[in-house]
Design a protein. Structure first.
Length: 146
C-alpha cells in the first residue's frame, strides 16, 4: 500500500468509528441505547396526568390497564418503551424495557404512592427463567401449589 493511501484510509476509518459511536439507527445516542443493570424509576403527577422518569428523562404514560393480578402502565419517549407491571399486592413490580431495539427485564422494589402506583422503584436487571413445559409464562411466581 502506498504511503499516501494509508493516512487517507486511517482518516476514513476514524470518521466512520466516530459517526457510529454517536447515534444508533433509531436516533437514540449510543450511551442511552445500552440497557443498564440497574435503574431508578419515578412516577409523577402533574395536572392530573401521570408520567414516569427513567434515568432523569421523562416518559409519557398511556392509559392504565387493570387486570386480575395487577396493573400495567405503558410509558414511552423517542426510542424507548417501558411497561411497568404492578402486582395487585403492590409489593412486586416488574418492568419490561425496550430501548433502541433491545429488550431488558427488571425486578423492582417499590416505595411511596402516586395515584395508586409506586412513587419510586429501584430496579435491577433480571433474566427470565423457563417455567413448566413452555407456552405462556408470567414474570411473577405462581401463587398456586403444584
Amino acid at each position: 500500500m502506498g504511503a499516501a493511501v494509508r493516512p487517507l484510509l486511517l482518516g476514513l476509518g476514524l470518521a466512520a468509528l466516530l459517526a457510529s459511536a454517536c447515534e444508533s439507527d433509531d436516533g437514540v445516542e449510543r450511551e442511552e441505547s445500552d440497557l443498564t443493570q440497574s435503574m431508578t424509576l419515578r412516577f409523577e403527577l402533574a395536572d392530573g396526568v401521570v408520567s414516569l422518569r427513567a434515568s432523569g428523562k421523562k416518559l409519557t404514560c398511556s392509559e392504565r390497564f387493570e387486570g386480575l393480578a395487577g396493573e400495567r402502565v405503558t410509558c414511552e419517549r423517542d426510542g424507548e418503551d417501558l411497561q411497568v407491571i404492578v402486582k395487585a399486592d403492590k409489593k412486586s413490580v416488574v418492568v419490561v424495557r425496550d430501548l433502541a431495539g433491545k429488550r431488558g427485564y427488571y425486578t423492582c422494589t417499590p416505595s411511596g404512592d402516586v395515584e395508586g402506583l409506586p412513587a419510586q422503584m429501584k430496579c435491577k436487571a433480571t433474566t427470565l427463567r423457563p417455567r413448566g413445559t413452555g407456552g405462556l409464562s408470567s414474570p411473577f411466581d405462581s401463587s398456586v401449589e403444584g
